[in-house]
Design a protein around this ligand. Sequence first.
Ligand SMILES: [Zn+2]
Ligand SMILES: [Zn+2]
Length: 319
Amino acid sequence: MKNYKHLKPILLLTSIVLFMSCKSDKNNEALNAIKVVSVNPDYFIVDNIIGKITQETVELDGTPTLCYVFQTNSRPSEHQMGPWCPRHIDDAKEKGGIWFDDGKVYDVDGHFIAELAEFYEDDAWKVFREDGSVKYTGTQEECEGAAKPDVEEAYQNYCVECLPKYYKDQVTTYTIPVTPVYTSREQRFRRGAIGVAFNGVNFDPPAPTEAILAAHTIAPLDDQGGHVNPHGGYHYHAATGFTKEVNQADVHAPMLGYAMDGFGIYALLDANEKQPIDLDNCGGHEDETRGYHYHAGEPGGNQVIKCLHGVAGNAFVQE
Ligand SMILES: [Zn+2]
Ligand SMILES: [Zn+2]
């Protein structure tokens, strides 16, 4: 099995963002001391943006806030998408994507598919036929029957993959504060984008692995950390180092994109392969150069960032 720990984190997409807040307020003095850096729209890859990035005043959390607004088709230009499900239990790892369990990343090769019953210690798993062919969702209808919380009976024990071409006309509109507003309260996400990579693909909240596994399905990510769902198209659950990065002048980890609150998301490891040791509950910290910002979690963690510390914008998908 390949170990992805050394890889640098990536990001990305879905529908309307709803946030649930918790935690108590700190004092305002501490708040005022937090340094913030405005969003740099030039970091986004022009080819991946539909039209231009505009500025609009939008009400966020009841406050009129100047925001960048832009649209994308959620299709990366710097890497391919897929593959996800191998086709035969003899297939090598190049024919499939990755899956994660308990913090670790595994290659979804034919062997992994063949051994699922053993892996999960559950004899009900059998995602392949007697001839060794893998049961995967090969059409849009099959993907939509399987890629939902109540997986249709017919697609239990399937490897689930939806192809980007089924949803190529979907447009995602992002609204992100021009200058992030730090809040002492942690904002937990419930669904929808938590951030966006520079290629316009969203970083999603954790994949609902319990629901997926309960139906004896797996929905692999590709090696780039992404897969497709019918309501948001291609999106990332892990940062694995394939998307555009903005290198830093110092040893700090490269930047990968922006969270929905406008704070930057950076890779996990710095130029010396070291992780930050002072991250808060959301995965953020502050420094003089970058102000408050996040670091993406390890790819096996099913979590790019854990919560937001700023007033969130939103992402909206037109299907
Ligand atoms: Zn997903
Ligand atoms: Zn940092």
